[in-house]
Design a protein around this ligand. Structure first.
Ligand SMILES: NC(=O)c1ccc[n+]([C@@H]2O[C@H](COP(=O)([O-])OP(=O)(O)OC[C@H]3O[C@@H](n4cnc5c(N)ncnc54)[C@H](OP(=O)(O)O)[C@@H]3O)[C@@H](O)[C@H]2O)c1
Length: 322
């Protein structure tokens, strides 16, 4: 058993991480919540005990520790190298190291083999990417993918505590303030920093991370939007194969896929809030082109989209390293 730490323990992902670690009885011989100086004096509760929030320094970490990162990418770049140097294992939720070719980017149901069990850093993918690859991977049995189109409807909790607080302020009548813009009764059609060629950061992450995890190199037409929903990301997906496909074959493959539930009734984000599985809904073939499969995919962005996937990575890592 190892000492376990959550860096960013007071944030939305960090708090969910602590819940998931307890739900899954993750083996730990001590627990260490870390956050910024703003959280000094606060406690995090785990397995019925209060633990004081600490600042991450060479003195507060140790060799063999398992650290789950739930801070922004800029902050991660400050503390992750120090922890690797100290001999800890880091599983990081931020985008800082996801596209580093030396760092595995893992969704255990899809590419657990990318890990050897000897790494010091494993990256957890973006929330919108995780649910997409969970649905796409079982479908590879139908044929080779020619292209993927995905439009996202992403919950506000995906942007962290300040965004959720801002949604609540706007819902109670306050005017928009801060970086989040006008989200109450609105849709924001750009997520993250502006990127190359008019794409936003979230679209670029979804495209590059999907190819890295699945080991494919195909066009991905991504459009991402933030909607005024608290939790649960929804995606409208179209996938073109190299041959005609049958919806019943796709459903049969998805029904056998671990972590996937198939539904047919038009599920919404409230159906995935608080659950671990990804829902794939209304699988159908386009009548104008029988090689194009269309479906919706939904997941709790804080659980499978972040905390749960990170804990599953650690569980798989421990299996491989023992
Ligand atoms: N939300 C999602 O659905 C989701 C999904 C996938 C990935 N992610 C990624 O996960 C990360 C965390 O997201 P979040 O939504 O949980 O954000 P959040 O709610 O804003 O939480 C940020 C956390 O970072 C901590 N922090 C800030 N500065 C720090 C420092 N110098 N040292 C240590 N901790 C520090 C904060 O502590 P204080 O409370 O002390 O400020 C807080 O605990 C981000 O990289 C995000 O992109 C989020």
């Amino acid at each position: 058993m190892a000492a376990v730490g959550v860096v960013g323990a007071t944030g939305l992902v960090g708090e969910t991480m602590i819940k998931v670690l307890q739900d899954r009885s993750f083996p730990m011989d001590s627990f260490h919540p870390f956050a910024s100086g703003r959280s000094e004096g606060k406690n995090s509760r785990c397995h019925g005990r209060d633990y004081p929030v600490e600042i991450i320094t060479p003195e507060t970490i140790s060799k063999g520790m398992i650290l789950f990162g739930a801070t922004s990418a800029n902050i991660a770049k400050d503390w992750v190298p120090m922890c690797r140097d100290a001999g800890a294992l880091v599983i990081d939720n931020s985008s800082a190291y996801r596209m580093d070719p030396t760092v595995p980017l893992v969704v255990p149901e899809v590419n657990a083999g990318a890990m050897t069990g000897r790494e010091s850093l494993i990256a957890n993918p973006n929330c919108s990417t995780i649910q997409l690859v969970m649905a796409l991977n079982p479908l590879l049995e139908l044929g080779s993918i020619r292209w993927i189109s995905v439009a996202t409807y992403q919950a506000v909790s995906g942007a962290g505590t300040p965004a959720l607080d801002e949604l609540e302020r706007q819902q109670s009548g306050s005017p928009p303030s801060g970086a989040e813009g006008r989200i109450h009764q609105n849709i924001i059609t750009s997520i993250g920093d502006p990127g190359r060629g008019g794409f936003c950061g979230e679209e670029l992450k979804l495209m590059s991370e999907t190819c890295k995890i699945m080991g494919i190199d195909v066009p991905i037409y991504a459009s991402t939007a933030r909607v005024p929903v608290r939790t649960g990301h929804t995606e409208a997906v179209a996938v073109a194969f190299d041959r005609p496909v049958e919806p019943s074959d796709a459903v049969a493959l998805l029904r056998c896929a671990p972590g996937v539930i198939v539904s047919e009734y038009g599920a919404g984000p409230l159906e995935v809030e608080g659950i671990d599985d990804v829902i794939v809904d209304r699988v159908r073939v386009n009548p104008a082109d029988p090689s194009v499969l269309q479906f919706w995919v939904l997941a709790d962005n804080l659980r499978k989209g972040a905390a749960l996937n990170a804990v599953q990575i650690a569980e798989e890592y421990l299996r491989r390293s023992s």
